[in-house]
Ligand binder design. Structure first.
Ligand code: GLN
Length: 577
């Protein structure tokens, strides 16, 4: 099917080639080229931060994929750090690492969990990165004597970063703008996305604005004014939103929607309610779909597509809603009370639960509390333990103590990155008789540096982007728990660390019972350790949580949950007897 695009006065194909079944490369009678157009969706947020723009963007991406479109996702962050890698998890939450080693915003985790889009360095830009690139160009003399300014040079750079994602294999690029409309620092991004429709055609762009419609108890009603104001700011900038996604605690009635539509200048069916989800974030795409957001997108772009294939998604929600087991897992970390710092770990534990129809209750425990009160007191009664990654000395002894407890009490345990390093320290001290064994990250003069700085890290002084980062191949030992869980002996996982298992201690630790279950292909770097004589004691130098999906749980998280279910059943039996 071919259509005539009246706005842009160009021939275009409203239906993606893949959905049309075969290439139509005939040239229209008037000789104009058939344009293979990539459409752009821009997602902005207003009124307050933390509205869930990332989740909404990911959900839209997921719904479009479910209808057969090829989607790319991107986030633009207004802060000046070049990437979040140097920020405290208290400030920013988890740093999400991609295959290519970029350290990115945690919203990219939602993108990967909800969609099959391939994320790269181009998927997350910050103001810092944009400026760095423009300043480097200026130093190279690329601006030919011009005064370098926010408009047009910074905005041009932003536009390039967005338009670079458009290609013939992509139907829609979804670009989420971090921050809140009205922030000074978001302005160059908003100005850039205002300009993009002038270059690629307004008909190929869609602005989706996420806003808050609060319920005022005293007035007993939902209030639309903050939304009107935030759309007002957008319109002053020159952006007329096409769709408003209204975050709200209570259902919007028709009169609320009519008011919003009228004052914000959008059609009534483009005012979409997105009510808070108490149960699971995985309900968000289905709720947006019931409000027909995917239809709005297709209509806006003049595309046709088949019905959404959401069977997997319905199945996972069914599993979440109807668990057959329940387990409690302790998460012992430095920032335990700060959920966002371990975002992907919480998600991956849920995925493990989905895989085994198990409700996973995760109890965060500060590792410093273990130091004060003891593992016995704080960990008794749990069905599993997870010790995540981390940096800095605070709370490390609490993590080691928690792992000792899990090893001795046969509590299923998964150690991740620093969690693996602490497991090695525990086994060294308690099983190999290496008193005072430690990581040189925390004890420079330890008599037994079982964890030490990697060779490639010696002499590295810059902090940003200098760790061992991104996907690395790993070879698993035959017959190990890891190999059984993965069902493979060659895997690839994402890393983010400077320290490593000290190969000098390998023999001694193996003799003490530690199984080296995975190494780099040349055997030089230890990536996975296990205990054979334990129900589930697996610790990995990489971050498996970044590759877990609700529809495809990571094998190590599924393995931990399975072992926890078994332990729970065993302990229930013991209690009953
Ligand atoms: N601090 C440790 C290292 O740099 C562990 C890092 C992590 O857990 N991500 O090696």
């Amino acid at each position: 099917m071919r259509g005539f695009d009246r706005v842009g006065m160009r021939w275009f194909n409203p239906v993606p080639e893949r959905l049309r079944g075969g290439r139509q490369d005939e040239t229209p009678a008037d000789g104009k080229e058939l344009a293979s157009v990539t459409r752009h969706i821009f997602v902005t947020g207003g009124v307050v931060s933390s509205l869930g723009k990332g989740l909404t963007s990911a959900s839209i991406g997921m719904l479009l994929e479910a209808r057969g479109l090829r989607v790319k996702m991107q986030k633009l962050d207004p802060y000046i750090n070049v990437d979040p890698g140097t920020m405290s998890p208290y400030q920013h939450g988890e740093v999400y690492v991609l295959d290519d080693g970029s350290e990115t915003d945690l919203d990219l985790g939602h993108y990967e969990r909800f969609t099959s889009t391939k994320l790269t360095r181009e998927s997350n830009y910050t103001t810092g990165q944009i400026y760095l690139s423009v300043i480097n160009k200026e130093r190279r003399g690329e601006f030919l004597g011009k005064t370098v300014q926010v408009i047009p040079h910074i905005t041009n750079e932003i536009k390039e970063m967005v338009k670079n994602l458009a290609d013939s294999a992509t139907d829609v690029v979804i670009t989420e703008i971090g921050g809140t409309v009205g922030d000074i620092e978001s302005l160059p991004f908003l100005e850039a996305i205002r300009q993009i429709p002038l270059e690629v055609g307004r008909e190929n762009c869609m602005f989706i604005h996420l806003t808050l419609v609060p319920y005022l108890k005293a007035a007993g009603e939902l209030k639309t004014k903050p939304t009107q104001h935030s759309v007002g700011i957008l319109r002053q900038i020159g952006i007329q939103p096409d769709v408003l996604v209204c975050r709200t605690e209570r259902a919007l009635d028709v009169s609320d929607r009519e008011k919003i539509a009228l004052f914000c200048n959008v059609p009534l069916d483009a005012v979409i309610e997105e009510r808070d989800k108490d149960f699971s974030i995985y309900e968000v795409p289905l709720s947006l779909q019931s409000n027909k957001i995917d239809d709005l997108v297709l209509k806006r772009f003049g595309m046709q597509a088949g019905p959404a294939d959401l069977d997997d998604w319905h199945d996972l929600l069914h599993r979440l809603r109807n668990p057959e087991h329940e387990v409690s897992i302790a998460l012992v970390g430095k920032y335990a009370e700060h959920r966002d710092a371990y975002k992907s770990i919480y998600e991956a534990l849920d995925h493990g639960g989905i895989a085994h129809k198990t409700q996973v209750r995760v109890q965060p425990i500060k590792s410093e509390d273990i130091e004060r009160e003891g593992a016995e007191r704080l960990l008794a009664g749990f069905d599993g333990l997870i010790v995540p990654g981390g940096f800095g000395e605070r709370g490390v002894e609490g993590k080691v103590e928690a792992i000792t407890f899990a090893r001795e009490r046969r509590l299923p345990f998964l150690g991740i990155c620093l969690g693996m390093q602490c497991a090695v320290i525990d086994v060294a001290r308690k099983c190999a008789g290496l008193a005072g064994a430690h990581s040189t990250e925390f004890a420079k003069n330890t008599p037994h540096p079982v964890i030490c700085l990697m060779d490639e890290q010696q002499g590295v002084v810059e902090k940003g982007g200098t760790m061992r980062l991104g996907a690395q191949p790993c070879v698993l030992g035959e017959g190990t728990r890891a190999a059984a869980a993965y069902g493979a002996t060659q895997i690839s996982e994402r890393h983010r660390h400077r320290y490593e298992f000290n190969p000098k201690y390998r023999g001694q630790l193996e003799q003490a019972g530690l199984v080296i279950a995975g190494t780099s292909p040349d055997g030089s770097l230890v990536e996975i350790v296990e205990l054979a004589d334990h129900p589930w004691f697996v610790a990995v130098q990489f971050h498996p949580e970044f590759k877990s999906k609700p529809t495809a749980a990571h094998p190590l998280f599924a393995g931990l949950v399975a072992a926890a279910v078994e332990r729970h059943a065993g302990s229930a039996w013991v209690t009953e007897a």
